[in-house]
Design a protein. Structure first.
Length: 301
């Protein structure tokens, strides 16, 4: 079944693919000129597969195995949100015209929009798996769970995770209990995108932190990289805070607040570009340890 998306504003599937390759928690196979996804559909939890391509006219997705019409509709909704194609990015270019740093980042990463986890449930699982271990280690655990418990290489649906997860190398008993509790909550629709998007950002943070293993940092990750709020800006991401201070050559909190306010309504989009820039300069995520490299502002290089 074929699905077509027409992005509003600049979008590059190649940039999205590069981000997927550089972020260990987001899984997608990249054959030539395409991205291939497999995931448990948000709220439905049946597994689907899709191959996504881009041409000069649009984004094209082909769903495998001819899923039922309603499941196909839900899968199309998920794909649109995962690639941030549901957001009108027309005015994002104008933001770069007003801000030299943003303009430099847009030129360095043309067409890059936030690439979300398949579902907020999967983002929450990643947050739990990754606590107190390196991202590369967490990615190995997550991939193993997908291979052993999931279908078609997808991360296991909540029912499978809740019923089948017993022991797993790299996971403590505490994390296993938290993941099973998370899966149960997802089965009860506590983590769907529609539910989280219907909440205010503050209410969403409070709601998510009622789940075992989810603190302030994890709750922000789920809302930004899971639910996909384009204007959310985390308060507990120290790497992002360092990147902002380096990019704008300031440590003044009032000045930083004024800068980030000027990014509305695309604060999450600018934050993504800053993270991508920091990783391109330091390689700290790939290396698995925090960098102490002193960065030059992107518009000065």
């Amino acid at each position: 079944m074929a699905i077509t998306f027409h992005p509003l504003g600049q979008f590059s599937l190649t940039a999205a693919a590069t981000f997927v390759e550089g972020f260990p928690g987001t899984q997608a196979e990249r054959p030539p000129e395409a991205l291939r996804y497999a995931w448990a559909v948000d709220g439905d939890w049946r597994t689907v597969q899709a191959t996504v391509r881009q041409d000069d006219e649009a984004i094209h997705a082909e769903l495998s195995d001819q899923p039922p019409a309603e499941l196909a509709r839900q899968a199309a909704r998920d794909l649109e949100r995962m690639l941030s194609l549901d957001v009108d990015g027309t005015d994002f270019a104008a933001l770069g015209e007003r801000d030299d740093v943003v303009r430099a980042l847009q030129r360095r990463f043309p067409g890059l929009r936030p690439v979300l986890f398949y579902t907020p449930y999967e983002a929450a699982a990643w947050a739990i798996i990754g606590q107190r271990i390196r991202m590369t280690q967490a990615a190995t655990v997550k991939e193993r769970l997908s291979d052993e418990l999931g279908k078609s290489g997808a991360f296991p649906a909540p029912a499978l995770l809740a019923s089948a997860l017993r022991t797993q190398p790299g996971l403590t008993d505490r994390k296993i209990g938290q993941l099973r509790a998370l899966a149960t909550a997802a089965q009860d629709a506590a983590l769907t995108r529609d539910r989280l998007r219907a909440m205010t950002y503050e209410d969403g943070l409070e709601h998510l932190q009622q789940l075992p293993g989810i603190g302030p940092f994890s709750a922000e990750l789920i809302l930004i990289r899971g639910a996909g709020n384009p204007d959310a800006l985390p308060d507990h991401d120290t790497r992002l805070d360092d990147a902002i201070r380096s990019a704008y050559s300031t440590s003044d909190d009032a000045a930083i607040h004024q800068i980030t306010e000027s990014w509305r309504p695309y604060r999450a989009w600018v934050a993504l570009l800053l993270r991508a820039w920091r990783e391109a300069e330091t390689g700290e995520i790939a290396r698995g340890r925090r960098s102490t490299t002193r960065l030059q502002p992107p518009n000065a290089t």
